[in-house]
Write a protein that binds this ligand. Structure first.
Ligand code: URA
Ligand code: CA
Length: 432
């Protein structure tokens, strides 16, 4: 087989065989196929697309390019939830204990945040003592005994994707549905769960800016998952404005606690239930999605979800008292209100820009090496569709520096108030 012939085949719109796709990904991973040929191949896919079969093969070839996590020592159906990335997305912190409270194993491998999106591990580390540096054996035993554990990224997962993603970044081939879908799914499949629930975000703060693009990506990923034997479902959800009210690490832990108590922001609660019911259903613990949702609401009502969160924190070295005493979470030195300058209705809160405003305070990383400040962030006091009077606070800034003029300016530039606006639809579609 010669790479040049395979590039030509895809360029001419023909379908590649499984063997051909494996040859390309193996050759690229071990360095036999150079970047310039892979660039041409990625561009050919960009213009010619791939069939569902080719997409599944590409995904599995990338899975097989490196280590995979074996979760077979964990009893039960392991369901993973993956979000395509957003601002103030506190769903994992809520869903992990919520689903585990129903005896469904949550074996989560998580990452740190970069840029305007936060990372689950950073958020959890705002709880004093909490750590994710646990051994594989400890991880398995925690999930078997307590149904929940979070571990930091381990092993050399999907090296082919790492190499290809970096190449796509500089060859204008990131924005291709088959390439994005196989990239995301390869990482999820290598992480070992039996079933996958995807939260595909759409809007200013998301990778996919329109619901149509998000829908296409969701269908592509669900198809790949199901084709390779992992039950997969997706929710398409709004990320035009940040999710919930809190953006920032310890602020989001507090928000997760409120939500587990049944007093969280309405949008965060709605999305957690929409994703959670799919997780419970795929785990085989409910006869229908409605039944699954009822079970989730019950463990919020009876306090079991909150108890599970305390148990989880204690198991990983954290102080569970933060749940009843949130003042024990890191607190910022200054709270600064950002008042509305006119009467009206909030029409726009540009998610990615507001995420960047939180990053300026130190809540997120500008580069992989940046240190983050777990205490700082933003609390949105108004969301799209809310009425506001001049002088009323739009946002509370939690800062560890006195002068926050740069952040205030960014907030005013990205929150628009006008005469009339309605809250955006949160859950656009369920893809099964
Ligand atoms: N996120 C990924 O992991 N891969 C892509 O290709 C795009 C977004
Ligand atoms: Ca939030």
């Amino acid at each position: 087989m010669r790479m040049v012939d395979l590039i030509a085949k895809k360029r001419d719109g023909k379908e590649l065989t499984t063997e051909e796709i494996n040859f390309i990904i193996e050759g690229y991973t071990n360095g036999d196929i150079p970047d310039y040929q892979m660039s041409a191949f990625a561009m050919a896919i960009y213009f010619r697309d791939m069939t569902e079969r080719e997409r599944a093969d590409l995904t599995m070839a990338m899975v097989n390019s490196g280590d995979t996590i074996d979760l077979s020592a964990i009893e039960g159906v392991k369901v993973d939830k993956h979000s395509t990335g957003g601002v103030g997305d506190t769903t994992t912190l809520v869903l992990a204990p919520l689903v585990a409270a129903l005896d469904i194993p949550v074996a989560k491998m998580s990452g740190r945040g970069l840029g305007h999106t936060g990372g689950t591990i950073d958020k959890l580390e705002s709880i004093e003592g909490f750590h994710v540096e646990i051994s594989k054996d400890e991880f398995v035993s925690l999930v078997n005994n307590h149904k929940i554990a979070v571990i930091g990224q381990t092993g050399n997962l999907t090296p082919a994707d790492k190499k290809l993603y970096a190449l796509r970044d500089v060859t204008a081939t990131v924005n291709s549905i088959p390439l994005i879908a196989s990239s995301i799914m390869s990482k999820k499949i290598a992480a070992g769960s039996d079933a996958i629930v995807l939260d595909v975000k759409t809007g200013a703060g998301a990778f996919m800016k329109t619901p149509e693009d998000a829908k296409e990506l969701a269908h592509a990923m669900v198809s790949i998952g199901n084709k390779v034997g992992r039950k997969t479902m997706a929710v398409i959800s709004d990320m035009s404005q940040p999710l919930g009210r809190a953006i920032g690490n310890s602020l989001e832990v507090q928000e997760a606690i409120d939500t587990l108590r049944g007093h969280g922001p309405a949008d965060l609660e709605e999305l957690c239930l929409a994703l959670g019911r799919q997780m419970v259903y795929l785990a085989g613990k409910a006869s229908s999605l409605e039944d699954a949702e009822e079970q989730l609401k019950e463990v919020i009502r009876n306090g079991q979800a909150l108890d599970k969160f305390k148990e989880f924190i204690a198991n990983q070295g954290g102080n569970p008292e933060v749940v009843d005493h949130p003042e024990k979470l890191p607190q910022a030195a200054y709270r600064i209100e950002v008042p509305a300058r006119e009467d009206g209705v909030v029409a726009e809160i540009v998610a990615d820009e507001i995420g960047t405003a939180a990053m300026l305070l130190g809540a997120g990383r500008a580069t992989k090496e940046s240190e983050i400040d777990l205490a700082v962030g933003l609390m949105l006091n108004k969301k799209i569709g809310d009425a506001v009077k001049a002088g009323e606070s739009l946002v509370t800034i939690h800062a560890n520096r006195e002068n926050v003029d740069d952040v205030v300016e960014k907030i005013y530039a990205n929150i628009r108030v006008c005469d009339h606006a309605e809250a955006p639809v949160l859950v656009h579609e369920i893809v099964t």
